[in-house]
Design a protein around this ligand. Structure first.
Ligand SMILES: Cc1cc2nc3c(=O)[nH]c(=O)nc-3n(C[C@H](O)[C@H](O)[C@H](O)COP(=O)(O)OP(=O)(O)OC[C@H]3O[C@@H](n4cnc5c(N)ncnc54)[C@H](O)[C@@H]3O)c2cc1C
Length: 405
């Protein structure tokens, strides 16, 4: 990797108007980082990357680079774009274990962060670096959110998250695992206990069942639950997956690595939610795709579909008269996910929209003064980098809010 990325860095044109940087949702200063890297300033490059995006090493692995940095590189117009993400991974991976954590002046104010996904981790890191006393709560037993319990190990090693946990510990961030807000503890109690502001980054963890007949049968599972712990499931050899988004691709690739012999994904139309490269990888791993199959119900024998009739523009114009049952040992629903409603129902004044997502203003403040939110719980299922970018704005807004208290 070392020599190859040096060669790649040497190809960078150091554009005055870096489109790569514009294409990055975290606005990573790509030419500057590449220059530092070439000047043997590895740790300074790492520091800048971490400061701009504390999840840099993870984004280098899981971002949709073809749509972002690499997709905007001018060299890609006529030849090969620079794979900045490989350079970023090298730098940020080295920096994560070697960073020095400087002492900061204490603000003597407590901040609660609910949810240890990328949004919550970013806020916790930003607030701790600014001198706030941070407690990070999560209902799961480890940090990472969907980066740990959604994205499969073969795409993102969970060892990286262990390293983050150590970094956060060194920064003085206190972690309270297995602590669910909206149950034994509620947000209002945080203010009682002396926290000056609260961040909510609880994501979207309620898989949608579509209200399908048969959804409670023993051979039916939710994709999100399956990905959190695939070893607990005995799916059988023949697996049907309902949905063709990125989560469905991860489910398919995981099932194929856990003993399934035949995995088929079914979509209602020919419009696919997954990114092209995620679908290519699933195909490479051996997944099959069936289009025009609208799920009607699920039986003990397998899913039952209405079969679509397409017009010449691939638009669904109707369905065949007789539904078909596709034999499958297990059917996994991977259609989409929504937030759980516990926080809204237990917090005075906290408002959600019609999808149950938290309502926030331009400064990421919810409808409760002092309670801020960002990431999937505000926008629905999105990306790590989008959660980080918004969480950075939320952290700054929390600082401004507390300075005016
Ligand atoms: C299978 C899958 C694959 C994905 N692949 C990619 C990818 O390749 N690239 C990419 O950029 N993005 C990917 N994503 C999306 C990305 O992971 C999410 O957009 C991102 O993690 C959202 O960050 P977040 O911090 O808002 O929420 P989350 O990561 O969901 O974290 C929320 C945290 O809050 C905790 N929590 C929830 N409710 C409570 C509560 N009441 N009390 C306490 N804690 C609570 C949860 O346990 C969790 O740790 C994928 C998502 C999935 C599901």
């Amino acid at each position: 990797m070392g020599l190859r990325i040096v060669n790649e860095a040497n190809r960078c044109l150091q554009c005055k108007r870096p489109f790569c940087q514009q294409g990055c949702p975290a606005h990573t200063p790509i030419p500057e980082i590449i220059k530092l890297f070439k000047d043997n300033e590895l740790l300074e490059a790492g520091r800048k990357l971490f400061e701009n995006n504390p999840m840099s090493v993870i984004c280098a692995i899981v971002c949709d680079h073809e749509a972002q940095c690499a997709g905007h590189c001018v060299l890609g117009r006529k030849g090969m774009a620079i794979p900045f993400y490989d350079i970023e991974e090298y730098i940020s991976d080295a920096y994560l274990d070697r960073m020095t954590i400087e002492p900061v002046e204490k603000k003597n104010k407590k901040v609660a962060v609910i949810g240890a996904g990328p949004a919550g981790m970013t806020v916790a890191i930003k607030m701790a670096s600014s001198g706030y006393d941070v407690t990070l709560f999560d209902e799961n037993n480890e940090v990472g959110g969907m980066m740990r319990y959604g994205i499969p190990e073969f795409r993102l090693s969970k060892k990286i998250l262990e390293r983050y946990k150590k970094v956060m510990d060194k920064m003085g961030i206190k972690f309270r695992p297995n602590t669910t807000f909206g149950e034994s503890l509620v947000i209002d109690e945080l203010f009682r206990d002396g926290y000056s502001s609260v961040f909510v980054g609880t994501g979207v963890w309620r898989p949608k069942s579509l209200g399908l007949e048969g959804a409670s049968l023993a051979n039916v599972h939710f994709g999100l639950s399956y990905l959190a712990n695939p070893d607990s499931y005995i799916l059988g050899e023949n697996v049907a997956i309902i949905g063709m988004g990125n989560v469905a691709m991860d489910v398919a690739r995981t099932a194929l690595r856990h003993g399934a012999k035949s995995v088929t994904l079914y979509a209602r139309s020919k419009r696919i939610a997954a990114s092209e490269h995620e679908m290519d990888y699933a195909r490479l791993d051996g997944a099959n795709f069936e289009f025009g199959m609208a799920i009607k119900r699920i039986s003990e024998e397998g899913p039952v579909f209405d079969v679509a009739i397409f017009d010449e523009k691939d638009k669904v114009v109707g369905y065949e008269d007789v539904p078909v049952t596709v034999p499958a040992d297990a059917t996994i629903l991977a259609v989409s996910q929504a937030p759980k409603s516990r926080l809204i129902s237990t917090t005075n004044g906290l408002e959600g929209n019609e999808r149950g997502l938290l309502v926030t203003d331009d400064s990421c403040m919810t409808t409760v003064p002092g309670v801020f939110a960002a990431g999937d719980v505000v926008h629905g299922s999105n990306t790590v980098v989008a959660a980080v970018d918004e969480a950075k704005r939320a952290a700054q807004a929390m600082i401004d809010y507390m300075e005016n208290l």
